[in-house]
Design a protein around this ligand. Structure first.
Ligand SMILES: [Zn+2]
Length: 237
C-alpha cells in the first residue's frame, strides 16, 4: 500500500515536472504570433497585450524568450499585431519596453517619431496587408529631437526633420500664453513631445485613406503614448 502511494506520488511529480518544462517552452520561450492568433485578435486585445508587456518590463518580470528559437519558428512568415512609430532614441526600443519577441511588432523608428510618406507606407503594409490591429505613435520624455525643434536647431538634413515638430512647439507656446518657451525645462520639452504625438496621430488619418478606412471599420485603432525614460512606464494618451 505504502509502495503504491510512493509510486503514485513519483509519477505525479514527474508528470508535473515534464509538463511544466514543455508548457514553459511553449508559452514563454518560443511563443510567436500566428495567422490564427491574429485573426482572433481585436484592437482592444492588441492594446492590452502592449499594456501587459510594459507592466512586465516595469516590474522586471519580462518573459524568458529563446530568441534564436523564435527566429527559426518565424523564418517562413510573420504575423505582428502592432505597428509602433517611435523615436530612434537608444533608450526606447519598443520590443524591450513592451516585452515583445521576434515577430510580434513592426517598429518604425525615426527621430522625434515624425510622420513621413515612407512611415505611412509602412503602416499601410502592416495593417492592410499584414493584418496588424493597432498603430501606436509613441513619444518620450527628454527627447533630443523635440528639444531641437524647441530651440530652432539647424543642421544639414536635421533641419527639415525638426521642422516637422515645429507645429507642436507653436501649439504649446500659444497654450502657455508666452512669447518664448524655456527649452531647457524638462516639463516644457515633454509637453511639446506629447503635443507632437497628437499631431502625428491626426496626420495619419489625414494622409492615409487606407488606414482611415480600417479605423472607420473598427479593424484598427490608433493610439498615442508617452514613454518615461526614467521609469520605463508607457502612458497611453
Ligand atoms: Zn527622441
Amino acid at each position: 500500500m505504502k509502495n503504491n502511494l510512493l509510486k503514485l506520488l513519483s509519477i505525479t511529480f514527474l508528470s508535473f515536472f515534464f509538463c511544466y518544462q514543455s508548457c514553459l517552452a511553449e508559452d514563454t520561450w518560443t511563443y510567436t504570433q500566428s495567422s490564427e492568433k491574429l485573426k482572433l485578435m481585436t484592437p482592444a486585445i492588441a492594446l492590452n497585450l502592449l499594456k501587459e508587456g510594459n507592466s512586465r518590463f516595469v516590474s522586471g518580470k519580462m518573459k524568458n524568450r529563446n530568441f534564436l528559437q523564435q527566429a527559426k519558428l518565424t523564418k517562413k512568415g510573420q504575423h505582428p499585431f502592432a505597428f509602433i512609430l517611435s523615436c530612434m532614441d537608444s533608450r526606447g526600443s519598443p520590443e524591450l519596453i513592451f516585452d515583445q519577441g521576434i515577430g510580434d511588432i513592426f517598429a518604425g523608428r525615426v527621430a522625434g517619431n515624425v510622420i513621413n510618406d515612407d512611415q505611412l507606407g509602412g503602416m499601410e503594409f502592416a495593417t492592410q496587408v499584414m493584418g496588424a490591429h493597432i498603430i501606436v505613435v509613441m513619444g518620450h520624455t527628454s527627447c533630443g529631437a523635440v528639444k531641437g525643434a524647441c530651440s530652432h536647431v539647424t543642421l544639414g538634413n536635421l533641419t527639415q526633420l525638426v521642422n516637422k515638430i515645429t507645429p507642436a512647439v507653436n501649439t504649446v507656446k500659444k497654450d502657455s500664453h508666452t512669447a518664448s518657451l524655456d527649452c531647457d525645462k524638462a516639463e516644457t520639452v515633454d509637453m511639446i513631445a506629447k503635443q507632437n504625438v497628437l499631431n502625428m496621430i491626426q496626420q495619419i488619418t489625414e494622409k492615409s485613406p487606407v488606414v482611415k478606412k480600417l479605423v472607420d471599420d473598427n479593424q484598427v485603432i490608433i493610439v498615442g503614448a508617452m514613454h518615461n525614460l526614467a521609469t520605463g512606464v508607457v502612458t497611453f494618451i
